[in-house]
Design a protein around this ligand. Structure first.
Ligand code: A3P
Length: 322
């Protein structure tokens, strides 16, 4: 995989050099490609987006989970993995469920990392259909075949202020120590200018929101806040959309609550207390507070007002509750 990464970075280095760049949160810089900011030369990076656009072949039954970083990707991955595979693990003892021994990011991969594999996962798509992938790629930059096949997409949106605060903490955990810590003021400044990995925040949300209105059968638009307030109904909705609706018998047995408990912040943060997802990312980096409105403990009233104003303007006339 390391060799493939090096080959891909090398293949796109001339194109990378032509892109506008800005200061980054984790990486030193972010690069603007097709209207969005991307990290360079990482597993999830602008080179990966280019490589996927050039080579990735979706399968019509694939399902894609799309999010901005820090919008609840880890939670959505866990829920979808648990929902779709629930019969596979039903008869085993609970302790063998992958989500009890492994990070959700290991259970459901990003397509961004598929281009590095020698044997792309999509080759096996017909074996374990539907095939599940996650992505941070903006709607308009998705590989052509994902859209041409009309693959089902699930988008999870989170309110901008919690995304900013979550990203601020995450970046400070992962930044190269030699760069020092990002201050909240710097993070706010970057975020409000739209500069964050796969941002702007507002254009990323708007792209998928528009698609969910144009193609309601193909794009399910969920929010982190709705999922928190009414987890049961949203999980049932998600199950039906994924083609795995709960039967009356399952509901009677408490299967919905079982999956919610398995994927809860409390449970997953405990499972992922130790160890590393990769050498540079500890498992616990994806679990911090897991709440709605933690921004109130961090942002000043002025920061909050400015972000509310930007959001009102950018989302004017759209029914996006965040
Ligand atoms: P906070 O930093 O606000 O706590 P992502 O998975 O997209 O990287 O997003 C991470 C955010 O989702 C973090 O938010 C994290 O705590 C929260 N999170 C992780 N697992 C969760 C879960 N099972 N339920 C709810 N929130 C979760």
């Amino acid at each position: 995989e390391m060799t493939n990464m090096a080959l891909i970075f090398d293949r796109y280095k001339d194109r990378l050099a032509t892109l506008p760049k800005e200061k980054g949160w984790i990486t030193e810089n972010l690069y603007m490609y097709q209207g969005f900011w991307h990290q360079p030369s990482r597993r999830i990076s602008v080179e990966t987006v280019m490589a996927l656009q050039d080579t990735f072949k979706a399968h019509p039954t694939d399902i894609y989970l799309a999010t901005l970083p820090k919008s609840g990707t880890t939670w959505l991955k866990a829920l979808v993995f648990a929902l779709v595979n629930r019969n596979r693990y039903k008869d085993n003892r609970l302790s063998t469920h992958p989500l009890l021994v492994s990070n959700p990011h290991n259970c459901l991969p990003f397509i961004e990392t598929e281009v590095y594999r020698n044997t792309p996962t999509y080759v096996d798509a017909h074996v374990h259909s539907p095939h599940l992938f996650a992505t941070h790629i903006p709607y308009t930059s998705l590989p052509r075949s994902v859209l041409d096949f009309g693959c089902r997409l699930v988008y999870l949106c989170r309110n901008p202020k919690d995304v900013l605060v979550s990203m601020f903490h995450f970046a400070n955990k992962l930044r190269d120590k030699s760069r020092g810590l990002l201050t909240l003021e710097e993070a706010f400044d970057l975020f409000s200018k739209g500069i964050m990995p796969t941002g702007t925040y507002w254009d990323h949300v708007k792209g998928y929101h528009k698609a969910s209105i144009e193609y309601p059968q193909n794009v399910l638009f969920l929010t982190y806040e709705d999922m928190k307030i009414d987890t049961v109904n949203n999980v049932k909705r998600l199950a039906s959309y994924l083609g795995h609706p709960f039967t009356d018998e399952e509901e009677g047995e408490g299967a919905v609550q079982g999956i919610i408990r398995l994927c809860s912040f409390e449970n997953l943060s405990e499972v992922n207390k130790h160890g590393n997802l990769r050498e540079d990312i500890p498992n616990d980096a994806f679990f911090r507070e897991g709440k709605v409105g933690d921004w109130k403990n961090h942002l000043t009233d002025e920061m909050s007002c400015i972000l509310d104003k930007i959001t009102r303007e950018k989302f004017y006339g759209l029914d996006i509750t965040s």
